[in-house]
Design a protein around this ligand. Sequence first.
Ligand code: KIV
Ligand code: NA
Length: 275
Amino acid sequence: AKKLTLPQCKEVKKQGKRLRMITAYDYPFARLVDESDIEIILVGDSLGMVVLGYDSTVPVTLEEMIHHCRPVVRGAKNTLIVADMPFGTYNVSPEDAIRNGNRMLKESGIEAVKIEGGTHIAPTVRALVDAGIPVMGHIGLTPQTAAQLGGFKVQGKTEEAAEQMLKDALALEAAGAFSVVIECVPAGLARTITDSLSIPTIGIGAGPFCDGQVLVIQDLLGMYDRFIPKFVKQYAQTGPVIRSALNEYAREVADGVFPDREHSFGMDDEMKGLY
Ligand code: KIV
Ligand code: NA
């Protein structure tokens, strides 16, 4: 399929079609996604938790993010690639955000960044967009500041919080964001926000009425079991499949069953099939 462009995201919403987004952090998964019907890859800072083993997304550095964006760009030539700006790389000043956003685009080849926050971050969104750095917003549960929110909780449950979230979404749109992720929000509120914006909303734990959906690829594939939120649907249980393959290999090596003749060389064999 042809690569989705940033302006086309809005067209997809107008046409009432759904945007499909998934995370990826390396070359092999980027290739698999690129060959699928998913249009957008997010190199999320969930990297910190599902790949780097941190307890939150807060420790992720700009260098780590760029390091993982680069193989994703190499592996997914036909997919729109967006990447999270890590905590601490856009909250100092708009100028600092531009400097760091420039590095992400220049050093990795991704096309857009995502930053968390609402009205208070809108001036930074404006500055990034004016500097030529496309921005996806992220409201509702914002993992980088989850501690401030009192943990991983559904957001926008009071009338006041819901009103503020709508204001946040409108401020991001006015600041030039091309889309906005809505995380862990009651479905009705996500619908109201979606209906109020001309840019697409991409939901995660935000019900069926958003213009698109996103999941963490390890969650979708059933490979990450440290924490499984309610909104995760496992479309496969690859964790157990991988574990049993590893143990079968271990057992066959222990028993001297692998390698057999079929997987060994004779004197006349060429190195066929070797990389
Ligand atoms: O880091 C991430 O993976 C995200 C998505 C889940 C929205 O921000
Ligand atoms: Na993120």
